[in-house]
Design a protein around this ligand. Sequence first.
Ligand SMILES: [Zn+2]
Length: 317
Amino acid sequence: MSNAIYVGIDLGGTAIKVGICDQSGKLLHTYEGPTGPRENGEEIAARMEQYVRKLVADTSYSMDQVSGVGAGIPGFLDTATGVVISSPNIPGFKNFPLKDILEAKLQKTVMINNDANVAALGEAWGGAGKGISDLVCYTLGTGVGGGIIIGGKILTGFTGMAGELGHMQLIPDIEAIACGCGHKGCLETVSSATGVIRMAKEAIERGEQTELSMVNDIQAKDVFDAAKAGDETALRIVHRAALYLGKSMAMLSIVVNPQRFILGGGMSKAGDILFQPIYEAYEKYSLPTSRQNVDIVPALLGNDAGVVGAAGLIISS
Ligand SMILES: [Zn+2]
């Protein structure tokens, strides 16, 4: 097939983004339309078909050139059968055979995977991990998401639960607080934007002298900005978030030995103030043989990682 193209679908709670990639993982065209949060699987699949057909029709490509369609879905999936088991933000999307239904509608091969895994694959195929086959991608946002790519493929594990990096229980019991998953001391309780904001608020409540006490409605960015300006409380918080991220990377190095760690999500824009202490912790806790020539870099694709990675499911399968 000449000029083969790959289509990706990134399902979110409020929007469905679709995109066309070329064989090198370059995103050529995108289209975005709404998701109805109360819709069921049939209605969501119908929107996906409609958006994909519109996307392709609005370009110089034809559906004949589409090699396959991938979809990144937030929630629990059976990736082998292509069934969406449940999606917390889209309650009507339940026990739905998305792969089979979309294949019938589009007459193309369809692959589905979890949205965090797909974003990692996007960075591996067309972003900060281009040309690298073994990497781990963290998304630092409200929580800590992740995806592990080994040999160019998503590591899904036995029940698709591999790569839930935010729920590694790394925080010592004496400092551990409850996580949304039901356990205590998970990485994301400290190293997410939510964790950073919480630590800042606690420091202010303790009466620490910090310029953060002057800020209304503290965001993670305020903490990083204060740290850059030399605020000791902010620096301590950033170092704590970085310590556990670096420690988690040291453990992953021992288990899967990636060549690169990629950090995405809002917090990854903080720059050296975050990356430097992460690297120091990683260096301190990893084995020299497993960290040789390994680097830690920011993600490149931003919000496009999902749609690029979804298209990449077809090529990496
Ligand atoms: Zn957890």
